[in-house]
Design a protein around this ligand. Structure first.
Ligand code: FAD
Ligand code: DHB
Length: 390
């Protein structure tokens, strides 16, 4: 078998990249280890930046988003239950974000393969990358007990943090930067109306909480918990009580509770691998970088990577120049590091760290109070939240 670009992983990055390449007349094959049902059932991010919204429109996979997505022009911060609003729209000269879940985005992107089903393979086992430095790269995988080999010009590693692509790069050819956080997010999804019409990021003495949503009748909430927390210790009733405390009386008075339809704990990490290229392999999305979820940058960074990468492939195949591919890593990383900084900073501002003393807490309180009173500080937040220009 032969194609131009083999894409490893059918998460948002891999699926979007394949559609963008298809639109540019470039052939690709997406290899995904899991089943379609598994990929579509993962509950993850919920906020789309303008870059992501524009990309979905560009490839024409936007009907679901236009129908069900909720445009948000602001979000709120809370300190010990006292809530104030950041007017993103006014502060950024008209930018906003869209509430539309990664689960729906993934479903829509998979459905859009209906007219080229051969380009997306699920349950591709033991994917392995070969001869990445040679000019004649290939990828092998197992499907239904058979081993298959695909010859290609390039490989796009869109297989997330635990994927095989980054691990195929020799140690001497890159380096990683990492920060672990001593807590995770316990998330709950429930079919109840949201407690507020926009998101609330809350710094509370008991720990961080976030009120988010998927629709006018489906809520998504998170509370900070220790990294080694046992999810069994959080029956729904305890979680609703804790959310009410951490979000404060105003939000709690509008909070409707109900049975969880999903509940899970995700760890928090900052991670960047440099460079995002090795020979014929280009990394995109979580395969190259992870952010803590505060600020909702993970999915959006994955999308901006593949936008840059698809443009570079188009320059290679349509105009015959490799210069854009050569610049891909540097250009992507410049934006990645800024989102890493914002996510790290927003996490530090809003979470309770185990080694925090009274002075550290006062610093958080002072910074939140400063943001509340300063249009300049709010503008910095809003500009980062809606997404920096590509
Ligand atoms: P992924 O979505 O990880 O997709 C990678 C794909 O590659 C997967 O389908 C995987 O099965 C496949 N794969 C892996 N290994 C192989 C292999 N060897 N062969 C073939 N295929 C392979 N971001 C936010 O902004 N807000 C959130 O609330 C949020 N919550 C999250 C919760 C969790 C539990 C996780 C893990 C992430 C969360 N994120 C969140 C981050 C966001 O979901 C990711 O940044 C986003 O999914 C990145 O997309 P991706 O396509 O790069 O990687
Ligand atoms: C959601 C997740 C985030 O990380 C965030 O910052 C905002 C919203 C969500 O899942 O709804």
């Amino acid at each position: 078998m032969r194609t131009q670009v083999v894409i490893i992983g059918a998460g948002p990055a891999g699926l979007m990249l394949s559609h963008l390449l298809h639109k540019a007349g470039i052939a690709s094959l997406v290899l995904e280890r899991r089943t379609a049902a598994y990929v579509q059932s993962r509950i993850r991010a919920g906020i789309l930046e303008q870059v992501t919204v524009d990309l979905l429109r560009e490839i024409g996979v936007c009907a679901g988003m236009e129908r069900e997505g909720l445009p948000h022009q602001g979000f709120s911060l809370a300190l010990d239950g006292d809530i104030f609003r950041i007017d993103m729209h006014a502060l950024t000269g008209g930018s906003s974000v869209m509430v539309y879940g990664q689960t729906q985005v993934t479903r829509d992107l998979i459905e859009a393969f209906a007219d080229r089903p051969g380009d997306l393979v699920f349950e591709a086992e033991n994917v392995a990358l070969h001869d990445l430095g040679s000019g004649r790269p290939s990828v092998t995988y197992e499907k239904d007990g058979q081993t298959l080999r695909v010859q290609c010009d390039y490989v796009a590693g869109c297989d997330g943090y635990h994927g095989v692509s980054r691990g195929s790069i020799p140690d001497h050819a890159g380096r990683s930067y990492e920060r672990a956080y001593p807590f995770g997010w316990l998330g709950i999804l429930a079919d109840v109306p949201p407690c507020h019409h926009e998101l609330i990021y809350s710094n509370h003495a008991r720990g961080f909480a976030l009120a988010s949503m998927r629709s006018p009748v489906r809520s998504r909430y998170y509370v900070q918990v220790p990294s080694d927390e046992d999810i069994g210790a959080w029956p729904d009733a305890r979680l609703w009580d804790e959310l009410a405390l951490r979000l404060g009386p105003e939000a709690a008075s509008h909070m409707q509770t109900g049975p969880s339809i999903e509940k899970s704990i995700a760890g928090l990490k900052s991670f960047v691998f440099e460079p995002m290229r090795y020979g014929a392999l280009f990394l995109a999305g979580d395969a190259a970088h992870i952010v803590p979820p505060t600020g909702a940058k993970g999915l959006n960074l994955a999308m901006s990577d593949v936008k840059l990468l698809s443009r570079a492939f188009a320059a290679r195949y349509v105009e015959g120049t490799e210069a854009e591919l050569d610049r891909y890593s540097e250009r992507a990383l410049s934006r990645v590091w800024k989102a890493e900084r914002f996510s790290w900073w927003f996490t530090g501002l809003t979470h309770r760290f185990p080694n925090m003393d009274a002075f550290d807490r006062r610093m958080q309180v002072a910074e939140l109070s400063y943001i509340r009173g300063s249009r300049a500080a709010q503008t910095v937040m809003a500009e980062n939240y809606v997404g920096l220009p590509l």
